[in-house]
Design a protein around this ligand. Sequence first.
Ligand code: DSN
Length: 434
Amino acid sequence: MDHEISRLIASEAKRQQDVLEMIPSENYASLAVREALGSVLTNKYSEGYPHKRYYQGNRFVDEIEDIAINRAKKLFMVPHVNVQPYSGSPANAAVFFALLQPKDAIMGLKLSAGGHLTHGHPDITFSGKYFASSQYDVEEDGMINLEKVAVMARTVKPRMIVVGTTAYPRVYDWRAWRQIADDVGAYLLADISHIAGLVVGGVHPSPVPFADVVMTTTHKSLRGPRGAMLMVTDTGLTKDPGMAEKIDKAVFPGLQGGPHDNVTAAIAVALEEASQPSFTTYAHQVVKNASVLAETLLNKGIALTTGGTDNHLMVIDLRPQKVIGNIVAEALEVAGIVVNKNSVPHDSNPPFYPSGVRLGTPAITTRGMKEEEMKKIGSWIATVISEVSHYRLPDTKEGRLGFLSGVKKELQVNNTLLNIKDEVGVLCKNFLVP
Ligand code: DSN
């Protein structure tokens, strides 16, 4: 046993139990999922696909990967699944490389509006460097305006449109997106990483059969291990019968080597869990909790982008308080509530000092928390924001030097935050993590 690492893992386990994890892309995987992850499958190499491997000894790995694929096909109602992508970014890259040529035009939502780096963020990502990326934005109210997107698509004539977000609190109208893609002959890639669990639980419309390809990570609302899946729909296969093969080839050997078989097994376990009625109940509660939390915050005078939420997350707009997300996120952590700083639509602050924080309910709902707890949490968050809203980011670079570390020191000894931390601690003791 490595005592140094064991001690740190034990400390992290305690931290996860003692705080409210409200980063909306995080969750608690079950013990069964973690057992598969920590299994002997990590010892194996199995480049290739089930029954067509480049290594011997894959009898059981083949069975495991077949099970994972079949469970995903059934759950998402798709004819083809690849469970090998290491995570969301490589999975999106595989779709780009499978279906596009370098310099092809693509469209995706701006990162600052709640998109993702791999959806065409310019200059610094593969998707923005190797493809001609045009990015759509949200309106002043934070909503995506589909009519404007359609106009942009007619001008840009993209080969692929990516739909999916990391900080958008509203549902997607997949049929409308399909229409926009069809009008210009574009592929439609749905990145449902954030909402996969909601789709499975029936609280968000499914992109199947509207998208050609659906990508999801497996560790967010789906509550599995860190990994990803690529699914080709009937629509994709109708458009291009070779699409499934192109996607598979782009994953291996195009981008990756051996699949992580322990992750594949853990994905299979998570998919079985997600097929149970209890998961449907969970997904409904995630959305209910987010709605009550949003309502509590709004009632306390806290602004949310788009004015609320329909899904599992919300973004607090701190511009009325003129305090940056960094400080609110730090203060919330002192109070035992873990969120992340986030840009708000049309943020005039740079991404490192954004004007918002993003939070969500998947992880705390896994612990069994419900509406009553959301009201308490919303009230604590509002108190924390009010406690730190006098802090102002200095205008100059020199002024900013040491500013955050100075504030951090003050927050560590702030009695209001420490009192909330005690109350959070009591709440957490009543809701154990899996
Ligand atoms: N990093 C993920 C998130 O937090 O939303 C997106 O990949």
